[in-house]
Design a protein. Structure first.
Length: 640
């Protein structure tokens, strides 16, 4: 039965005051890319957006391509504007949706991407959320492909997609803002986890090689060279075969396929169950009955064993925990059992180090698939402290770091799960928001707002936008989003020492909350800024109430920060992107207590999917990154 105040529609039960509109009626323009773009591929130029760049709600440029586009009608038709909605229409990723949140200098779509230009761009974020995978509206995409032998959508399919619309733009914006806040929390957790992993990586490098010694274990002074590099003078180097027994899973007729059970019994551990440092079983994991374990007890795993897979991901290994004691080693598994006097957790961490993982991949056998055997594992060399107590102390530190990362990953999984529930509740109207309540705090733990002497974060950012537009925007050259985002980031780093809320996005550091959680709306509504298009691109210029914004700014910050920003007036936007990106990478390295240098910055950029492609651009050459680091030492000294 339909609840009171709701109605049954083609897209399910929605509030009575909501409407159903086909996407085509909301759009001024629907098109797709054309074939033949390969002839225009180039090492630089305009951005070329392909299906792999369109992900869950946003663009992902970890795999980037540039083109020298054709001129004329075909180029104009397939050119991307800010606030366009992009939908993948062919291939295995059909139905992925992304909103173009930033104004690109020049970007075009491939034949596998559909483009929807809405009549009212302000609806873009809501419509994107409504059609994203796992949202209430996304089922229409899979439904439109039923009966087709090859996945695909046509432009009429796009026009026919039905959108459930709240009655006001304000409510639509509130829903999109709440979901944007959920994404921001998820993104912040992902970045925190990445930082913790970087910190752990540095700690492993230092502690597992003796580069840093824990208090009470300083030992002899000095280091010596070994076949695996420098280690403390009182450490030794041994092969795994010298202090551990190695066993391969049962071969041939020892364990027959008929002896596996469905869903009950002891899990059988092979390469499929070995993850990065831990074991995971699922409903698909094979199992054996108790009779098999009694017949083949030599293949039962014990707490403290370390398990590898024989084929495939041979560099992965996992330590058997107390809860996994008694699981069965599969035929595609190899176990290492440390002998007395060797700490299992310490050995497991050594085997998970980058040095050992690289060595295993280098020495694995097989041409089509990497494979391990007992002989290879016997030869793995491990640096060892002189006492089991030091092994235990090192293992405890690194295990605590692993536990912290695991707790954050559990929190991240919960945040993702809650977001899925939010999408189902908000995008069907089962929970209603008004603009003032459109906050993620109703659903998730929210970080406290940044406040300054009696005013909130949204007002603070709106004032900054007003001042930047007045100082750096003109009728001829309005201040575009990409440029003002970089100026705002640098302003916060100079004035406050930290730029809160910024994420690693394709164009560099970006804070989505400025656009979706109030500041831009407040700045426009209060007259601090107004939107202006010079015929080439849109941006902000000073509004009628610029003096009010400037008065607030002077009271809160004084004149110093603006005078500091003046040095960037004639910098190209890509130079600001370079500075902001390198600075954000340097902050990550400092948080991880890692050296801030060229290789460290490149590693941070390379490690983030949306930043990897930057290293292929001329502006992010080694020379330019070094120059940016030198400039930042002057502009933003660490001890300021």
């Amino acid at each position: 039965m339909t609840p009171p105040g709701y109605k049954q529609t083609e897209v399910g039960v929605i509030p009575e005051d909501w409407e159903i509109e086909p996407l085509g009626s909301l759009s001024a323009f629907v098109t797709s890319g054309s074939r033949g773009w390969a002839q225009f591929y180039s090492d630089s130029g305009a951005l070329f957006i392909r299906s792999q760049n369109v992900r869950n709600g946003s663009l992902d440029f970890s795999d980037i391509q540039f083109v020298s586009p054709p001129t004329g009608a075909e180029g104009n038709r397939t050119k991307v504007n800010q606030n366009d909605l992009l939908i993948t229409i062919t291939g295995n990723s059909v139905g992925n949706v992304a909103l173009v949140e930033e104004a690109f200098d020049e970007a075009y779509i491939s034949q596998h991407v559909g483009l929807v230009r809405l009549k009212e761009p302000c609806r873009g974020s809501y419509v994107c959320r409504y059609l994203c995978p796992h949202s209430p509206g996304n089922y229409q995409i899979s439904g439109s492909q039923s009966g087709q032998s090859k996945p695909g959508l046509n432009l009429q399919n796009l026009r026919n997609f039905l959108i459930a619309l709240p009655p006001t733009l304000a409510e639509q914006a509130a829903i999109a803002g709440a979901l944007s806040d959920a994404d921001a929390l998820i993104d912040s957790l992902e970045q925190l986890i990445a930082k913790k992993r970087l910190l752990k990586q540095g700690a492993m490098q230092d502690l597992l090689t003796g580069k840093k010694r824990l208090p009470g274990f300083e030992g002899e002074s000095g280091y010596r060279e070994t076949e695996i590099g420098q280690i403390p003078s009182d450490w030794g180097v041994k092969s795994v075969g010298e202090f551990a027994s190695i066993k391969t899973g049962p071969f041939g007729t020892l364990l027959k396929a008929s002896e596996y059970t469905d869903g009950e019994g002891v899990p059988v551990i092979s390469v499929g169950e070995i993850r990065e440092g831990f074991l995971r079983v699922s409903d698909e994991t094979p199992r054996v009955c108790e009779a098999v374990t009694k017949r083949l007890p030599q293949y039962l795993l014990r707490q403290g064993d370390i398990v590898f897979g024989r084929k495939g991901g041979v560099e992965r290994s996992a330590l058997v925990t107390p809860e996994q004691d008694g699981w069965f080693l599969g035929s595609d598994g190899i176990s290492i059992r440390p002998l007395n006097g060797f700490q299992p957790t310490f050995l497991a961490l050594q085997l998970q180090s980058h040095r050992v993982r690289g060595w295993l991949l280098q020495h694995a056998i097989g041409t089509t698939m990497a494979s391990l055997n007992q002989s290879i594992l016997h030869r793995v060399l491990v640096p060892l402290p002189p006492s089991p107590a030091e092994q235990t102390a090192i293992a405890a530190i690194l295990s605590d770091m692993n536990a912290e990362i695991a707790a954050l990953e559990a929190k991240l999984a919960k945040a993702r799960q809650v977001k899925q529930g939010m999408m189902q509740e908000l995008l069907t109207g089962r929970i209603r928001l008004v603009p003032a309540q459109g906050k993620i705090v109703e659903f998730l733990e929210e970080k406290p707002e940044i406040k300054k002497e009696g005013h909130n974060w949204q007002i603070n950012e709106a004032v900054i936008l007003g001042v930047l537009a007045a100082r750096f925007g003109t009728e001829q050259w309005p201040l575009p989003r990409k440029r003002r985002v970089k100026l705002t980031y640098l302003f916060h780093r100079h004035a406050e020492g930290v730029a809160e809320g910024y994420k690693k996005k394709a164009a560099g550091p970006y804070n989505p909350r400025v656009k979706y959680s109030g500041p831009e709306t407040i700045a426009l509504k209060n007259g601090y800024v107004r939107e202006h298009n010079n015929g080439k691109y849109p941006g902000f210029v000073a509004g009628d109430k610029r003096e009010q914004a400037e008065a607030y700014f002077a009271r809160w910050y004084g004149d110093g920060p603006l005078m500091w920003l003046e040095q960037f007036r004639y910098h190209k936007t890509e130079n600001l992107e370079l500075l902001a990106t390198v600075d954000m990478a340097a902050e990550d390295l400092r948080s991880a207590e890692t050296a801030v240098d060229l290789e460290g910055v490149k590693e941070v950029i390379r490690a983030h999917p949306e930043w990897t492609a930057k290293l292929d651009r001329k502006i992010f050459s080694d020379k330019n990154i070094k120059m940016a680091l030198a400039d930042l030492d002057r502009l933003l000294p660490v001890n300021q």
